[in-house]
Design a protein around this ligand. Structure first.
Ligand SMILES: NC(=O)c1ccc[n+]([C@@H]2O[C@H](COP(=O)([O-])OP(=O)(O)OC[C@H]3O[C@@H](n4cnc5c(N)ncnc54)[C@H](OP(=O)(O)O)[C@@H]3O)[C@@H](O)[C@H]2O)c1
Length: 303
């Protein structure tokens, strides 16, 4: 009996492995539009897809980032300046893409209240607006949309603003997938665990946390206490130092989502995502809360 079950599981994985190895034809004629190419995953993905021969349309926030990317890639990579929080910038970038792809195939990839709004603007509303501004082109080309969420879009254990934005990206991508499936458009989501990029830069995050703490209301700070905050900084620093440096684990998922005949709907990238956060997401909430908060410092006024 167990032998049959093991054989069936083996066959399922063999079938999935074979199916996922089928690559889209004429890759050299395909266009891919990627946002956030100054650094991190976007930057690495642009270089990776350039090596695969795809036509990369790379959107950078700064001219400096764009210039550097152009220096490091072939002339098949073209760059545009895009701030995903500005509608005019998105409209101009969409027009720029249109001029290049015409009717050809296009794929896109694609954090106090002030902080919440800033995060939501970049991570969620930016993703939605950029996607919607390109949607007609993608539909015409029966292209693909690859959105970068996070494992914090499946569970919620870190910054409230970040988790809300990433849960939003998951919800948006799921709704969109159902809407555009009838037009032959595929929507995939990549959920990276923790990786070493500018986003997870320890010093930058510490400065940001200190800034928020210093600006916080006195009664809130009293209820937590200075000791809590300092212990939290140390805990966060220790966790961030364990971030994976192998960004290819993420960009390989993105590449597969863009080039495979049978892409997955969801890609959990990184060992922490696959072997810690995903299993944790299936635990009863009382258990996952316990596991996650076991190492949390205690607030001064905790009951
Ligand atoms: N690193 C991780 O552990 C991790 C985990 C899960 C999910 N993610 C997600 O992966 C994506 C890429 O992040 P990353 O880790 O590669 O970080 P990153 O190195 O900071 O890359 C983010 C890119 O977006 C650009 N950017 C910032 N604000 C922008 C705006 N308003 N308009 C357009 N571009 C803007 C940045 O430009 P500048 O460099 O010029 O600021 C940078 O090129 C994000 O959605 C992030 O939430 C990252």
């Amino acid at each position: 009996m167990w032998l049959y079950v093991a054989c069936l599981i083996g066959l399922y994985y063999l079938f999935r492995w074979y199916r996922e190895r089928q690559v889209v034809s004429n890759l050299r004629d395909k266009y891919v539009f990627i946002t956030g190419c100054d650094s991190g995953f976007g930057n690495l993905l642009a270089k990776q897809l350039d090596l695969r021969g795809l036509r990369v349309l790379a959107a950078c926030l700064t001219e400096k980032g764009a210039e550097q990317l152009r220096r490091e890639t072939s002339d098949r990579v073209e760059t545009v300046i895009l701030d995903v929080t500005k509608t005019e910038s998105i409209t101009a970038a969409a027009q720029w893409v249109k001029e290049r792809v015409g009717n050809k195939d296009v794929c896109t990839e694609l954090m106090t209240k002030e902080n919440l709004m800033k995060t939501m603007n970049i991570n969620l509303f930016g993703v939605i607006e950029v996607t919607m501004s390109m949607l007609q082109m993608v539909k015409r080309a029966r292209g693909r949309i690859v959105n970068v969420s996070s494992i914090m879009g499946r569970v919620a254990f870190c910054s409230v603003a970040y988790c809300c934005s990433k849960h939003g990206v998951e919800a948006f991508s799921d709704c969109l997938r159902l809407d555009v499936q009838p037009f032959g458009v595929k929507v995939c989501v990549v959920e990276p665990g923790y990786f070493k990029t500018n986003l997870t830069n320890v010093q930058k995050l510490q400065e940001c946390s200190e800034n928020s703490w210093n600006k916080g209301p006195v009664e809130v700070k009293e209820s937590y206490g200075q000791e809590f905050f300092e212990k939290l900084l140390i805990r966060n620093k220790n966790s961030l130092q364990k971030c994976s440096t192998n960004l290819h684990l993420v960009t390989d998922c993105m590449e597969h989502a863009l080039t495979s005949h049978y892409p997955r709907y969801r890609y959990s990238a990184g060992w922490d995502a696959q072997f810690f956060f995903i299993p944790l997401s299936y635990l009863p909430t009382v258990l996952s809360d316990y596991v996650w908060s076991a190492n949390n410092p205690k607030p001064a006024h905790a009951v």
